[in-house]
Design a protein around this ligand. Structure first.
Ligand code: 5GP
Length: 193
C-alpha cells in the first residue's frame, strides 16, 4: 500500500537488531487518516470471507483492527496481555513469547466473545516471528472459531512469521513487506497489497 510504504520511508526509523520504529504514526502517536485507510484496505481484501469478528492483541493492534472492523461492520475484540480484575468470566488463554521484549506473556479473551459460529479476521501492526499471531490463532481454536485470514500492516519478511502462519493454511495479507533492515536502510518487497 503506497501510502504506508511512503510513510515508512519518511517517518520510519531502523533500530538495531532488525527493529523498525514507527511511533510517529502507528505504535505510539497514531495517524487516524492513514489508519482508517489501512483498516479499510484490509476489510476490502477480506470482504467476501463472511467475517464475523476482527480479533487483535493490545496495544498497537487495536487501532488498525477497529478501523477494519468498522469497515466490515463487525465487532472488534482485543486480547489482553494482563488479566483485568473485571475479567471474571471464563477465559481463552495462550502463551506468547515476544522476541522484541524477550518476555513470555499470557494473552486472554473472555470466552463469551468468541464461539464456533465465528469466522475471524486477525489484525496486527507487525508480523515478525509470528508468535503473537500464533497465540491469537490458539485462542480462536479454543473457541472452535475459524480463522479466515490475517491482515498485517508491516511484515518483516526476513523473519519467520509468514511461513509459520501459511503452514497452518491461513492466508496472510500485509500492506507493506520489508525485505531487509540492514545498515539502517529499509528495503521493501515491491508489491502492493
Ligand atoms: P511476532 O510475534 O510476529 O514476532 O511480533 C509481533 C509483535 O511484536 C507485534 O505485535 C509488535 O508489537 C512487535 N514487533 C515485532 N517487530 C517489531 C518491529 O520491528 N517494530 C515494532 N515497533 N514492533 C515490532
Amino acid at each position: 500500500m503506497k501510502e504506508l510504504t511512503d510513510r515508512i520511508k519518511n517517518n520510519g526509523r531502523v533500530l538495531g537488531e532488525g527493529v523498525l520504529k514507527v511511533d510517529e504514526f502507528i505504535t505510539h502517536q497514531v495517524d487516524p487518516e492513514l489508519m482508517d485507510a489501512m483498516g479499510k484496505r484490509l476489510a476490502e481484501v477480506f470482504a467476501d470471507k463472511k467475517i464475523t469478528k476482527v480479533v487483535t492483541i493490545e496495544a498497537s493492534g487495536i487501532a488498525p483492527a477497529v478501523y477494519a472492523a468498522q469497515a466490515l461492520n463487525v465487532p472488534m475484540i482485543f486480547a489482553r496481555k494482563s488479566k483485568s480484575l473485571t475479567m471474571d468470566e471464563e477465559l481463552l488463554t495462550a502463551s506468547v513469547y515476544s522476541f522484541t521484549k524477550q518476555v513470555t506473556s499470557t494473552i486472554s479473551i473472555s470466552r463469551k466473545f468468541l464461539s464456533a459460529e465465528d469466522n475471524v479476521l486477525l489484525v496486527d501492526d507487525f508480523l515478525a516471528n509470528g508468535q503473537a499471531a500464533k497465540g491469537l490463532i490458539e485462542l480462536c481454536q479454543q473457541a472452535g472459531a475459524s480463522v479466515a485470514g490475517i491482515g498485517i500492516l508491516i511484515e518483516k519478511s526476513f523473519q519467520d512469521g509468514r511461513q509459520l502462519i501459511e503452514d497452518m493454511n491461513i492466508p496472510v495479507v500485509s500492506l507493506a513487506r520489508i525485505a531487509s533492515l540492514h545498515d539502517g536502510k529499509i528495503i521493501f518487497i515491491e508489491e502492493d497489497a
